[in-house]
Design a protein around this ligand. Sequence first.
Ligand SMILES: Nc1nc2c(ncn2[C@@H]2O[C@H](COP(=O)(O)OP(=O)(O)OP(=O)(O)O)[C@@H](O)[C@H]2O)c(=O)[nH]1
Length: 264
Amino acid sequence: MTSTQVTLIQIDNYGPWTVTPEPRREVDLQTLQSRLYADLSQLFGNREGYVFFTRFDNMIAVTNGLDRDAHALIQESVRNRYPVTISLGVAVDERPAAALGRASTLLQDAGSAQDETRQEILQGDPLPEAERGPEDVQIAHFDVNDATGKYTDQLNAFDTFIHIEQGYAELMRYMRNAHDSLSFFVGGDNVIAVCPDLAEEEYRDAVDHVRDMVGVELKVGVGRARTAQDAGMQAKHALEVCREHRTDVELDWRLEEAGAGDSF
Ligand SMILES: Nc1nc2c(ncn2[C@@H]2O[C@H](COP(=O)(O)OP(=O)(O)OP(=O)(O)O)[C@@H](O)[C@H]2O)c(=O)[nH]1
């Protein structure tokens, strides 16, 4: 059974800051947001976590292995580097969407995202070390089949982008509604989904659903481990097996059982 630890990252009072004393230049906001994401990716990543940029003013991280002190240190690091601060809500659940729901409520209960007195909230209970297990995090790495041949080398870059985004939109909704999973576009033609303990059939149904609804063909590699990064790396290995065997779905732990994942 999974125990996904999710951290909601919210920039404090960012809306008002973007227009005080008057609207700030958009290029400067874009630079700040992308640099903050890069720093958070490294700060959480150095501790085996994954961060997804989502809306940039709100980001979502999978943080199994990070305790309260590690979260506080990241807040301090941001405060020392940026003109803004961040609040963090942390929750754990077998179902990632439920964990994010509770992490969100923790911040909402502490005050509005646009309340200047709500600063650097750190709420919630990380998973105690003694309760951590080897299969706490399940990560699925989805990839569009032959995106280069079908889209990138054929269409203009914007129409390619529309196809990829349509596949992503259908997949993220399906995984959220059917499986309480959180799916994130991570660049190129790639989507990473944080999932509860799902079976091969359920991944196959997701791939079929997206193909039937919007005509985008996906493959998916799935990994499970103690931390987001290990599960994510296993998922990438399983995806390589999909490429090699021309299959749609591969679960890394099945490959290990069968002794087939060793070459990656
Ligand atoms: N974030 C991320 N992006 C990737 C990864 N692998 C590939 N990409 C991106 O996806 C684009 C397409 O690469 P591929 O998915 O390997 O190529 P493809 O044409 O779809 O071919 P197949 O996936 O083998 O069917 C690349 O240009 C990268 O931008 C990955 O592991 N993570």
